[in-house]
Design a protein around this ligand. Structure first.
Ligand code: ADP
Length: 613
């Protein structure tokens, strides 16, 4: 949950600015004035009177101030016991004045004492307001909603632009029908939900879907992010909400889209220390009030998106507010293929691209990542001076998106390179030797900017919604395969397995604490997922003793699979050697090559390069 700093009322900032103004007048201005006075000697003063150079003079109790003809500068000299002075001044027609300083430069004086401070104060306020108004905020728009409005844009986003997500589109189609003809619903007395919550992981097309609803309905689309409501000044967020709804009602029928609604709609603080969140709560309250205030049929539809639905305040979810929830999930295989095709239409592609293969390689990718993969592929084609994007570009860009760019300057020693080869082949071989494991797509030992020294890309054949206990065990075995290969070959281990260890532990822990896959705990949940959309946010829900028992079982499970992997590799040491040395030479091999070497061992035995390391 975003932490909100305590907000200070705007009057606080005005008070600060006024204080600065007063202090400047008190302390700084006399000095500024002093700075305009030029010191001189009494001799020079007398001489200048004699030469008729002096225009006016102010004789004070301890000093004499004077100005010369046609000169704004004020000169000062000490006062002497000079009884002839008055006669001398009269003789030379010098004017006697009081307040010589004030009169000398009224404009400068005005400027210095008021205009400058006011300018500084204004600049200061601008900076403060700009910060508060968020990105692109206009300082004079404080309290205005600054929602971006898309109205009748030339190329509106349509449902067909959003690939996959069929269930979500079907669900939202009803809103489109309603916005086309609200009267149809009014006649029968049906009310549209006022708010619809799009929930799903980041980058799955929630914003796109909301825009598509507007595009299909041909109505204005107001878009604002929840975090933009949260202002520097207390009360400003609420006034932004008011302003947004006022404008929306004027423009109805229209769509208001609030992205990241959790920034304002998070659970309210019930504790005593709620002061820090005053601004956010006021904003949320205002949103609730506005939603209650308008009739369901006035043509304003509010769509909101979040990837933390569980953190939303219950008040926001009750009927009459965001009472419809549309899940926008990560795309499945078919969805990924469609998304790739939609984005590939925007670039020039060669005819050889097999989108199905790429979609299988990009398992687990979100729509945004797939869009990025296509773009990276296009950039690669440009870098290599080609005019079309090829299959290879796409495959390489998947690696770029998931593992980072190739690290050109990472020089591994031969020994390291050989160890990485064995490590990666260890994973692949264990995967291939276990019947249920997904086949290997590619193995490489070219270091990546992500820090990986090599990796084995496994590809799922189709969509996988369920995993059996055996499949998960095999996965752990595959993850331990890298370390096992190092042990089998070198008898020593290295740091290269840290990521494998992390993943294997995660799978093992989930099997025991969440999937009920251990005999000892039967079907008792000992951990719960806090956020299904944001990775591995899991919390334990058991006693300390049980937690310790879980840990022990996790270790046992991983150890068993590790031993299984080691045994498999010992039994296939020849395969491990041959393929590892082949990979060492080639640096990258495809899954097909891997399988060929594995299966055609007898015939190809002497063709496989052999290097002494
Ligand atoms: P979210 O709001 O869920 O975080 P966005 O709607 O902002 O995600 O998606 C980001 C980008 O990802 C989009 O601009 C689009 O290029 C791409 N994208 C995501 N999902 C899809 C999809 N289903 N079809 C086509 N493009 C998609």
């Amino acid at each position: 949950m975003p932490e909100n700093k305590p907000k200070k009322p705007i009057i606080y900032y005005y008070a600060v600015v006024m204080l600065i103004l007063i202090l400047m007048n008190l302390f700084m201005l006399p000095q500024i004035r002093q700075a305009q006075i030029v010191e001189t000697t009494y001799n020079v003063f007398i001489k200048e009177i004699e030469n008729d150079e002096i225009d006016q003079v102010e004789v004070q109790s301890n000093q004499i101030l004077f100005q010369k003809k046609n000169d704004e500068t004020v000169f000062r000299t000490g006062k002497m016991n000079d009884p002839d002075l008055t006669a001398r001044l009269l003789e030379h027609d010098v004017k006697f004045k009081a307040d010589i300083i004030e009169q000398t430069s009224p404009w400068i004086s005005l400027l210095v004492s008021w205009l400058f401070p006011i300018m500084i104060a204004t600049i200061l306020l601008r900076v403060l307001m700009n910060r508060g108004a968020g990105s692109g905020g206009n300082p004079f728009n404080l309290g205005k909603s600054n929602a971006r409005v898309y109205q009748g844009s030339e190329q509106p986003i349509r449902f067909k632009d959003v690939a996959g997500e069929d269930e979500a589109k079907e669900n939202l189609q009803e809103i489109v029908t309603y916005l086309h003809d609200p009267s149809k619903y009014q006649t029968i007395g049906a009310t549209m939900p006022k708010g619809i919550l799009l929930v799903g992981p980041p980058g799955t097309g929630k914003t796109m879907l909301a825009k598509a609803v507007a595009g299909e309905s041909n109505v204005p689309f107001f878009s604002i992010s929840g975090s933009e409501f949260v202002e520097m000044f207390v009360g400003m967020g609420a006034s932004k909400v008011r302003d947004l709804f006022k404008t929306a009602k004027e423009k109805a029928p229209c769509i208001v889209f609030i992205d990241e609604i959790d920034a304002i709609g998070g659970k309210r603080n019930t504790g005593a220390l709620s002061g820090a969140n005053d601004e956010r709560e006021q904003t949320l309250n205002q949103l609730l009030t506005e939603m209650d205030g308008f009739e369901g049929n006035n043509g304003v539809v509010i769509l909101a998106a979040t990837n933390r639905p569980e953190s939303l305040d219950a008040a926001l979810l009750r009927p009459g507010r965001f009472d419809r929830r549309v899940p926008v999930e990560l795309p499945d295989l078919k969805g990924r293929e469609e998304i790739l095709r939609v984005h590939a239409k925007k670039v020039k592609t060669s005819n050889d691209i097999d989108y199905n293969v790429i979609a299988r390689m990009a398992s687990g990718a979100s729509g945004a990542e797939l869009a990025n993969i296509v773009n990276e592929a296009a950039l690669r084609a440009v870098r290599e001076n080609r005019s079309t994007v090829t299959q290879k570009d796409m495959e390489e860009s998947i690696e770029v998106v998931f593992a980072g760019y190739q690290k050109k300057n990472a020089i591994l020693t031969d020994a390291e390179k050989l160890r990485v080869s064995y490590h990666e082949v260890g994973h692949a071989l264990v995967a291939a030797l276990q019947t249920d494991s997904a086949p290997v797509q590619k193995i490489t030992i070219i270091p990546r900017t992500s820090g990986a020294l090599g990796y084995t890309m496994q590809v799922e054949e189709g969509n996988h919604y369920l995993y059996t206990k055996e499949e998960l065990e095999n996965r752990i075995a595959t993850l331990t395969g890298g370390r096992a290969a190092e042990e089998v070959k070198f008898g020593t281990i290295s740091t290269g397995a840290s990521n494998d260890i992390e993943q294997a532990t995660k799978v093992a822990r989930a099997m025991i604490s969440m999937y009920g896959m251990s005999d000892d705990f039967d079907m008792v949940a000992m951990a719960s997922i806090n956020n299904r959309y944001l990775g591995d946010d899991v919390s334990l829900a058991c006693s300390d003793r049980t937690a310790a028992a879980i840990d022990a079982r996790v270790v046992r499970l991983v150890r068993t699979q590790h031993e299984k992997a080691r045994k498999l590799l010992e039994d296939h040491k020849d395969d491990l050697d041959r393929i590892s040395r082949y990979l060492y030479e080639k640096e990258t091999i495809t899954g097909e090559e891997f399988m060929n070497i594995l299966h055609k061992k007898e015939e190809d035995d002497n063709t496989v390069p052999f290097i002494q390391a």
